[in-house]
Design a protein around this ligand. Sequence first.
Ligand SMILES: [Fe+2]
Length: 386
Amino acid sequence: MAVDPSVFRTSPIVNFGAGQLNNLAEEVKFLGGEKVFIVTDEGLRSAGLVDRAEAILAAENIDFHTRENPAQEPSVSLINSTADEMREYGADVVIGLGGGSSMDTSQIAGCAVTNRASVEEIIGVHLVKVPGLPNIAIPTTAGTASEVTGNAVTVLNDSSNKQPVISPHIYPDVAIVDPELTLGLPARVTAASGIDAFCHATESFLSTNATIMTKMFARESMGIILDNLPIAYSNGTDINARTGQMMGALLAGYTLANAGVTIIHATAHVIGARYKVPHGIANAICLVPVFRFYAQKVPGRMAELAGPLGVSDSVSDPQDRADHVINIVEKLVSDIGIDTRLSTYGILEDDIPEMARLTAESERLQLQSPAQATAEEVESMLRAAF
Ligand SMILES: [Fe+2]
């Protein structure tokens, strides 16, 4: 088998496991931090997680300043004001504590500070010229995997779409991936973030950028998520399921960062930006319609998902194997209680053609997709989900 040249990037240090948050002060010292800026969201203070992180720093006499942003995907102006506060405080290490929004905000703002730039100037691919402030990412959901990706997302101020800052400098220097931090997550957040991770694993497996290394992580990830997500959803205090789900999301992050996602995420970004539908829910809505499209266009590629998802070898026809995959995915989405009808989330039927047009124009994700979709094809996927 020919092995193509490839590049694999990830965060250099990953602390994984229950209780690993206790390594926080040690990791701050490793990065030379004396003035630590924590980016988090308001909900995590009441959940007690911010207090835990602060207490660990205080016990080691490390100076810190905490900014609690609203718990929503960050706009360009919100990240700019976070960067201003980092400059004012003189931060030398930044911590992103929370879901993707807090981690992404900390990463983009930390890069804006060292690059003496506004967020607008670094949106895009490889526009970050020098490394950001040293960054520690601490996820409190098992989904976005921002702790190991070089892609951080912001919502444009006019809410028309989301735009990424993509750069090797976005990768955090240290990740602390502690499943104990997810024990208190509500079931609906467990479901939404979990299906996001499942999309990262499966989409990046199908991506035209997939390599032997990314497929290895993706294969492992999708099986772990399939086994653990329904349990973590129905019994949130099951630490074994939470740990499995956190590992599944982490592995999905490795492959997401290096192979990228496809039309599910392209459509979900448009829905999420226009209607404030949570990212994972928007992915769940698009997941099965896009997989049906792929099963039609590239059944052989879809059939490759069958083995990792446990389809028996006795099913040999690629089309049959692709159909089994779709049944398994439909069951997963239903087992975790996500309503996948667009109409439930206030999406207007008249808006579907425009959303389809914007999705079809997502050039980067279209190129990564195993089959490219026209605006008309995206429109029929969205109509199927209405
Ligand atoms: Fe995602």
